[in-house]
Design a protein around this ligand. Sequence first.
Ligand code: NAD
Length: 476
Amino acid sequence: MAAKPNLINGEWVGSGESIASINPSNLGDCIGEFALANPKQARLAVVAAREALPSWSATTTQLRSDILMKAAMEISARRDELGELVSREAGKTRAEGIGEVVRAMQIFQFFSGEAVRYGGENLPSVRPGIGVLTSREPVGVVAVITPWNFPVAIAAWKLAPALAFGNTVVFKPSEETPAIAWELMRILERNGLPPGVVNMINAPGALVGPALTEKVDAISFTGSVCTGREIVSRAIPSMARIQLEMGGKNPLVVLDDADLDVAVECAANGAFFSAGQRCTASSRLVVMSRIYDRFVEALVKRMRSLKVGDALVEDTDIGPIINQRQLDSIQRSIQIGKDEGAELLEGGDLVEAKTPGFFMRPTLMLGTNSMRINRDEIFGPFACVICASDYDEALAIANDTDYGLSSGICTRSHKLATHFRLNAKSGLTMVNLPTAGLDYHVPFGGRNASSYGLGEQGKSAVEFYTVSKTAYVAYG
Ligand code: NAD
């Protein structure tokens, strides 16, 4: 199988080595080989983006808008095929894969509109005879580094605004999901993106990370806290603008007046769908004592109804874990929980399927918030139930975390829902909804270890992908 090349300055460039993309639902299924870029190629990609910047940033907003809309139309027309590829490569169910592709299409559409809408202000000066104009210019060359768990939606929510506002890009997708990234590059190329405006490098981050990030104007990264820390330390000498979206340890609070069915569905969806491999997954279920037994019993029943298996099989609810390393890490966390005294109530074991893959049953433990299983992101179909005696304790537990991405509450009380919305220390708060599941037109981002720098999407995207200029003009 010939390795699919990297994209540098409009040329498809090979290399001596390659990485394979393997279907986590079926380890015998190799999706493709992808040329492994080296640091020299990463530097050439940055040079190409730098050279393409003057002409791309000078293009009309109409041209940029048109290219993004055409890309959206192609993604829309190919949603089933691309969705299947996402499922095959990232292990999401077919519905989740297609849903993610549709989301990518919506993001390209949205930023196609934003490309002609963003702008500045015209203000009176406080001094006589002077006008003040603020305007926005592209931030420059952007390194875009993405994880595997939303391989096309996260790429879209970084690439679309970067391009809409006149920036050029070096894109490094996760080495786990090169195939869908490669298709996205072909789509942008086919729909008129000039050479060098987006360049793509496939390689492990540790290999090309320094070369990618040392001479760029901005870095937009989504991934783990550990990688985020390394990137931020590297960005400081060059003073590149940074945007880091990282992990979560998101609480879902269930009050005793909650609609039990709603609460159970929010927990099951938030904790276990997409095999819990979402930064916004509900990994801590903080449940008030009066509803605790009923909630746990109903959730376990719901968990037992979820079918684990090959992501592409029609009735699968929960696909595989992405790779052996991640599966081992989740299993280690369960053992750590047991060693700390948490009770394993449901799941935790591996699942045999027709094909060899990384399948495990959704897992529920009972424990306290101080346990490591409730401090560290586990990133799998795992949740721990923590008992709280009243609302104040539940809120305190929800906020007692190093992270701060998403939080949720299930209650019929408008007063407590409002209090929670105002006092939860997280970038996103959900009322009677799962902690995961977002719109594309509003800002997204967390607090503390979950995010660093400017947020993403909606109006935050304009803030990150442009720099502001204030001009003073003397009249007459
Ligand atoms: P990861 O940190 O291992 O990798 C993310 C990306 O960074 C990959 O492309 C990887 O190759 C690259 N990378 C790794 N080391 C690098 C280095 N030294 N320099 C530059 N790049 C480097 O994360 P992952 O396992 O792909 O994704 C899972 C993590 O992503 C979880 O922690 C999850 O919570 C987080 N995530 C966060 C959000 C969010 O928006 N907050 C969304 C999705 C996933």
